[in-house]
Design a protein around this ligand. Sequence first.
Ligand code: ZN
Length: 64
Amino acid sequence: MSGMVNYDDTISSSVTSNELGIVLCKYCSSMIGTLPTNGFKKLYGVCDSEECQGENRKGNGYER
Ligand SMILES: [Zn+2]
C-alpha cells in the first residue's frame, strides 16, 4: 500500500477507454448515452423525446 494510485483518478482517466457500451433509443436510434462496460455492448432504451416516450407507453400498454 504505497498510496501512489488515487482511486478516483484511476476511474476518471480510464472511463473514456472503457465506455464501450452504447445505449441507443430503440425508436429513433439516437444515442442516449454510453456505459462503462467490459467489452462492446449495445443496449436499447428510450430517449427523452415525446414521440419515443409515447411509443414506449403504447408498446408497454399493448394488450398481450
Ligand atoms: Zn428516441
